[in-house]
Write a protein that binds this ligand. Structure first.
Ligand code: FES
Length: 169
């Protein structure tokens, strides 16, 4: 084991950690910072349960080394609410009953927050791959495509898709 010191900025707070240099960002969040909202589903970038924002863009935290994100802004599901007030995406998930067992929900919510930002930024359609499009029609198909990296084994997509769509309007 090689220990190393890592300076992480998570949800607006700075943390200095003493880590094995091979520690993933996900393990650093869960095991060193006690931020257990991000879930470990597959630990290999296939399920999206560990999704966090890195400088506002979504990433699978299981695939990144904690030491590699020093100097970047990490936002976890714990950092989305404003005190007691839920983030609008979280409210939409509650309103649409967009979960069953709930294990994938934090990753789904973080990913949906990123989709909101992508919609605001006018990113090209994920469906048509028309890279010249500036205005994306955010419909059911587009949302499903953009959320494709987040799997729900309960199959609660009938709630998740409307929640994401609803939070965009
Ligand atoms: Fe990271 Fe599944 S735990 S993608």
């Amino acid at each position: 084991q090689t220990r190393t010191r890592a300076l992480l900025r998570v949800d607006g707070e700075d943390h200095e950690l003493d880590l094995d240099h091979r520690t993933s960002l996900l393990d650093a969040l869960r095991e060193h910072l006690g931020l257990t909202g991000s879930k470990k589903g597959c630990d290999r970038g296939q399920c999206g349960a560990c999704t966090v924002l890195l400088d506002g863009r979504r990433v699978n935290s299981c695939l990144l080394l904690a030491v590699a994100v020093q100097g970047r802004e990490v936002t976890t599901v714990e950092g989305l609410a404003d005190g007691e007030r839920l983030h609008p995406v979280q409210e939409a998930f509650v309103a649409c009953d967009a979960l069953q067992c709930g294990y994938c929900t934090p990753g789904q919510v973080v990913s949906a927050v990123a989709v909101q930002q992508e919609a605001r930024d006018g990113w090209p359609s994920a469906v048509t791959e028309d890279l010249t499009a500036t205005e994306v029609l955010l419909d059911d198909v587009e949302v499903r495509e953009r959320m494709a990296g987040n799997l729900c084994r309960c199959g609660a997509y009938t709630g998740i898709v409307p929640a994401v769509l609803g939070s965009l309007r």
